[in-house]
Structures are given as C-alpha cells and as structure tokens.
Design a protein around this ligand. Structure first.
Ligand code: PEP
Ligand code: MN
Length: 356
C-alpha cells in the first residue's frame, strides 16, 4: 500500500470518527431528554428489556465484519455511558451536600459558634441523675472553660431494666444548672412528641445513634428551629447518615450538626470502632459541622485524648466526652466516664496539642 493510499484511508477514518462522535452526542442529547421524561413519570432509568430489544435489533441487522458479540459489546458500552448520563443528570443534590452549599454551616449558641473554625469540647455526664450531680460537673466544667454541657435525660438503654433517665425532670435540672453557670446544653430526645417542648429547656437536641433512622423523629426535628446534634447510627453508612440529616434540613431546620460516635465492627478492643475517616469525608461531602464522640466510640478512658486529637487533626469541629463526678456510681456508662480530675488532664492534653 502506497503512503498516499494509507493517508487517504486514515483521512476517511478521521472523518468517520467525527461523524460517529456527532451521532453519539446527538444520541446523548436524546438520552438526556428521555431521562428527564422518566424522572417526571417516576420510571426507573435502567430498562433491561428495552436494552435487550435494542441489542437484538442491532445484531439482526449486523452484516459484519464485526461478529455479533463485538457489536453487542460496543453497544453495551454506549448504553452504559448513557445510563450514567441519566443518573448523574437527575441525581438530586442533597441540601446538606457541599455541592449545594459551598460555605460551612455555622451554628450559633449564644456567644460561641460550632462549625465556625474554632473547635470546642462538649462535656458532661452520660445521664442526668440528680441536681447535685449535674451541678457538680457543671461547676468543674465551667471552671475549666467549657461552654457546652451534655447530659442524657431520656436514655435509650439496651435493657428495659436499666436506668431510663429522669425524662422532663432531667431537662429541668439541666436548664437550672446551665443558667446558674451560663452554659449551653445538649440532651437527647427520643420521642417526636417531646421535640417542641425540648426547645424550652435545652439549647441543642441530640438525636441518638439508635434513632438516626427514626424518620418521624427526624421529621419532627426538622419542624422546629432548635439546633440538632445528629449521631451516626452504629451500623449506618455515611450516605445513610447524610440522608438522615437531609430529613431534618429538608423541613427547614438548617441548624444540624453531625457526630461520629463509632460504628460496629468485629473489633472488640474498643466498644465501637471510631471511624476517623468519616470526619474528612463528611467535611468534604457536607457543609454541616462535624463532631466526634470519643466516649461512645471507644468506650475506653485510656485512649480518649489521642482519639480527640486525631478527630481534631482530621478536621472535626468539636469533640464530645462524658464526665461524671463519681463514675463508679454512675447509673449509665460507669466504665467509660471520666471523673473531674481525669477530665482536666484530658482537656489539658488536648489543648497542649494546639488543635483547639
Ligand atoms: C449519648 O450520647 O448519651 C448516647 C446514648 O450516645 P449514642 O446515641 O451515640 O449511643
Ligand atoms: Mn453514655
């Protein structure tokens, strides 16, 4: 074959490539229109029967030189690329996603903010047990410079025979003590019927790991304007976690904070497995503040400080830790709560890292 002939044939191929590209692009535009129509009609994007019929039609018209299998393979590639186009086109961007909102959501709590670039430590007992117990912790935390006090009053316990919390009475205790010391408060609510009422006692409503996909509770949390601290379910994927937050934000409550609290794995050295990688992933995927609960994730007092430092180094906006005046007598999580001296050592170590 002379060079002139080769050049000429290559020239023909180049122009066919361009024609193919034009045809593929034209096809892709139609695919997009079909995608929009399917979206409107609520029809699934992938239609295996239609795909099979198209392939059969193409194979029946195939006169070579490609064999039928090759024709099938080539067109399947086109179909796959088209399906992907429809799926990304119509993928709803979540309100909680970074794609939807570039700037960080900042949750103001009186004089402080969460998610505003200055991380904080949230501390307090696992359960509100009595006025004296909460007051003792609050006084110590205040003296150390802590501004947000946690304490559970509705306790979702594994056993129905374990302490279930003081209920509304506990919220009243939190309110009284917090106002004495000028602290902000966080407490878990488990019943949609208490969501509205909770706003008059506490500053942040916590939705616990066991309730991350309690959709009626999430909807009720979305209908108030009290900030929400949403805990990651113990077997929830990051995608499920973000969709749970979306339930709240989509109903108008934009003041949502996410908190990683450890997930269940086969590892027994810790109570749960602290998924530290969730922190940068959540920060990338979402504009909501991201915190880490070092107590429930590890269940081990001896590694709280390094885990808190890891969380802050990974970009967390805050760390939550349980503190009790006398952990040995605590009505819940006795093994993992810090006493006041231990908390002060923990706090000093975390501060020394320069990450706070
Ligand atoms: C809590 O923070 O009191 C609690 C019960 O945590 P979790 O929902 O993460 O188990
Ligand atoms: Mn606890």
């Amino acid at each position: 074959m002379s060079m002139g002939k080769l050049e000429q044939l290559r020239g023909q191929l180049d122009s066919i490539n361009i024609q193919l590209l034009e045809l593929l692009s034209k096809r892709a535009h139609i695919v997009q229109e079909i995608g929009q129509e399917k979206e409107k009609q609520g029809v699934p994007k992938f239609d295996p029967v239609r795909e099979k019929n198209m392939l059969e039609e193409l194979v029946s018209r195939n006169n070579g030189p490609f064999d039928h299998e090759t024709v099938r393979h080539l067109f399947k590639q086109i179909f796959q690329a088209s399906l992907k186009l429809q799926q990304t086109e119509n993928k709803k961007q979540l309100l909680v996603s970074r794609k939807k909102q570039k700037e960080n959501t900042v949750v103001p709590l009186g004089d402080i903010t969460i998610g505003g670039g200055k991380p904080l430590i949230i501390a307090g007992p696992c359960s509100v047990e009595s006025y004296e117990q909460v007051r003792q912790v609050a006084a110590a935390l205040k003296a150390s410079g802590i501004t947000v006090l946690r304490g559970g009053s509705f306790k979702p316990r594994t056993s129905p025979y374990d302490f279930q919390g003081l209920g509304i009475e506990g919220l009243k205790i939190l309110k009284e003590v917090a106002s004495e010391f000028g602290l902000k408060t966080i407490s878990e609510i488990v019943d949609p019927a208490h969501i509205e009422l909770a706003g008059s006692y506490i500053d942040v409503i916590q939705i616990g790991a066991r309730n991350m996909q309690n959709f009626e509770l999430l909807k009720a949390a979305g209908d108030v304007r009290t900030p929400i601290l949403l805990k990651r379910g113990m077997a929830a994927t990051i995608d499920e976690f973000l969709h749970a937050a979306e339930y709240i934000v989509s109903r108008g409550n934009t003041q949502v904070m996410l908190i990683e609290r450890g997930i269940r794995t086969y590892e027994k050295a810790t109570r749960n497995t602290l998924d530290i990688s969730a922190v940068p992933i959540l920060k990338q995927e979402s504009h909501l503040p991201v915190l880490v609960d070092v107590t429930h994730s590890t269940g081990r007092k001896d590694i709280l400080a390094p885990c808190a430092k890891a969380a802050l180094a990974a970009g967390a906006d805050g760390v939550m830790v349980e503190v009790h005046p006398d952990p040995a007598t605590a009505l819940s999580d006795a093994a993992q709560q810090l006493n006041i001296d231990e908390f002060n050592r923990f706090y000093a170590e975390v501060k020394q890292s320069g990450l706070l």
